[in-house]
Design a protein around this ligand. Sequence first.
Ligand code: S3P
Length: 433
Amino acid sequence: MQASFEKSESLRGDIAVPGDKSISHRAAIVGALCRGSTTIRGYSPAADCSSTCEVLLELGVRITRDPGWVIVEGRGGIGFKQPGGALDAGNSGTTMRLLAGALAARPITVTLTGDASLRARPMARIIEPLNLMGASITAEDTEGHPPLEIRGGALEGIEYSPEVASAQVKSAILLAGVGASGRTVVHEKMPTRDHTERMLRHMGIGVAKHGLSVEVGPGVPCGCYLDIPGDLSSAAFIIAAALICPGSDITVRSVGLNPTRTGFLDLVRRMGADIVVDVEDAGSWEPAGNIRVRQSPLKGIEMNGRDVAGAIDEVTLVALLATQAEGPTVIEGATELRHKESDRIGGTITGLSAMGADIRETEDGMVIEGGRALTGAVVSPNGDHRLAMMFAVAGMAAGGRTVVRDWECSEISYPGFLEALRGLGGTGMAFHG
Ligand code: S3P
């Protein structure tokens, strides 16, 4: 399916975005490890989060699903069922990496696979630490590409410093640590999202944080009620559209404001964005609140590796905003973007160049000269949901017509994205078979 976009009218009004994808994955996985049941309100409708539920069902976990609600019957104390065949994580790196960690300490053998994009993603980063803990995980090749065969068993806690700044790697080790003997410590190079630590602590596991280090002890988490806030990474596309569509003034309600996820807001503020954040419940296990955004003149910025780690899923949106800003934007330390659902540096350069942007690729990032009007083009997101939605926002600010191919991939994280934009008054959008 394709979707087309023309210059949009201003966006105005209030919106609530779907539940946070990262927190939803963790709620289902930790819920499955629990004693007792976990009731999750606001579970993300993203296809990726359905993949997590599908895999857990194959592992014998009872899950009841209603729109917006999921109830997970924990297998703490019972253990997972040995599945009959390979388990399919679809397009979801979070499903594969976090479940590999959770399964490494369980006495079953599981094969985890996924779609062509997931089978091309690097898994050595989790295989190495989990095998050091005592698991036996093998991959398709020496580069660690899936399918992964995980022979779980008795693990011992380790102290580990991952090479890459990755919440998925940290979380895989911590989830294995919950089932290991002794303590497990992860020392990070740069801060990454801390939802796993927060959730484990909230559900009764001993977690200690010291600077960039986090330690977990073994235990069985306790089922509870979880209210998932809106996904700031999904809201980021709406926020970016509001920043560049003239006259826009919108408020995103009840969205997650965990400080390890708000890097995008800090970056666009540095660019001059008029953004007002109202935190509703700072003391909650996951803070949330409202964000008011008004269309703003923007200026270019410099981004380093730490900025990238704090806004890893929003960097391509910063690149788009930079095309409409005054002056140059330099993005460095972004090599990890090449290992996402697609090479997001290459895909961004190809698509935005076709739309008339002055953007060039560097080894670890991009350089964008701002102030170039965009013009419509046919662009391909290479099956990558975040690129599809970034090009959609670009099309809302461009002259002429922009056609985004593979539009169905936007369902990986934000089903109903186009309807959400229309609900705010966005115009010029259409689906094409
Ligand atoms: C995620 C962490 C990030 C992010 C991904 C979701 C998570 O990946 O890009 O969309 O839920 O932990 P890395 O931690 O591998 O950078």
